[in-house]
Design a protein around this ligand. Structure first.
Ligand code: AMP
Ligand code: ZN
Length: 138
């Protein structure tokens, strides 16, 4: 646990949170700044960050809880859909550097719109080049 990490402090019970699920490894609680009310965060109790430094068994356990919370938002809050979001690094909009998945209940008329500004590849070769660069690094 890191004393400065707010999610470590929540996991240790040193900071309050509105918890909705917990087990030996994982905790889910409501985000204090919901995009849509009922917006939850799923975190490992242990401090990991970013996703690329997190062991796969930890990710597998987290994802099982993400699925459980998404289903509970649909059944318990009558959500029409759910967004699952996870940020790595400030460039990606991450504010809290302790791995977490946002699980956000969505409604047909919830009024939230992502600023999803889709671009275009000018040349098909550019798309091929980027795909090759990613593949070469796998
Ligand atoms: P991210 O930008 O992915 O790092 O998101 C961090 C999220 O943590 C934000 O949506 C915040 O509203 C949320 N947050 C920060 N502090 C707390 C807290 N003490 N309890 C619950 N949620 C928090
Ligand atoms: Zn932490």
């Amino acid at each position: 646990m890191s004393a400065e990490c707010i999610f470590c402090r929540i996991a240790a019970g040193a900071l309050p949170a509105v918890k909705i699920y917990e087990d030996a490894d994982t905790l889910a609680f409501l985000d204090i700044g919901p995009i849509v009310k009922g917006h939850a965060l799923v975190i490992p109790r242990q401090h990991y960050d970013p996703i690329t430094q997190t062991p796969e068994p930890v990710l597998a356990r987290l994802m099982a809880v993400v699925k459980k919370i998404a289903q509970a938002q649909m059944n318990g809050l009558r959500a029409d859909g759910v967004n699952v979001i996870q940020a790595n690094g400030a460039a990606a909009g991450q504010m809290v550097p302790h791995l977490h998945f946002h699980v956000i209940p969505r409604y047909r008329a919830d009024g939230h719109h992502w600023n999803w500004a889709a671009k275009k590849y000018e040349q098909p070769e550019e798309m091929q080049r980027l795909a090759a660069a990613i593949q070469a690094a796998l």
